[in-house]
Ligand binder design. Structure first.
Ligand SMILES: [Zn+2]
Length: 89
């Protein structure tokens, strides 16, 4: 299950990918203004070199869907997005 949010600050696209192990949990996947993909899951954050995790791959597949209605960004998602800035190098 993938939620599509609209653009947010320097993120061109924001996705919410439901966790497979815990359906109540959602991983935040973004495309930055530089066209880079990022995910909030530990697999992506701690893996070096960074490679697309399964959430990014899912969002990439979903991205080809043309028509969608963006959902408003929730405070929870916003919190995750603001945290991305801290892990970027
Ligand atoms: Zn991920």
């Amino acid at each position: 299950m993938i939620n599509r949010y609209g653009p947010y600050k320097r993120y061109k696209q924001v996705f919410g990918v439901t966790s497979h192990s815990n359906p109540d949990k959602e991983h935040t996947v973004v495309i930055t203004d530089k066209g880079e993909w990022q995910c909030s899951c530990p697999a992506w954050i701690f893996h070096t070199p960074r490679k697309p995790c399964k959430h990014i791959q899912e969002a990439m597949k979903d991205q080809v869907v043309q028509a969608f209605t963006p959902k408003p960004i929730t405070p929870k998602v916003e919190k995750v997005l603001n945290r991305f800035a801290a892990i970027e190098v």
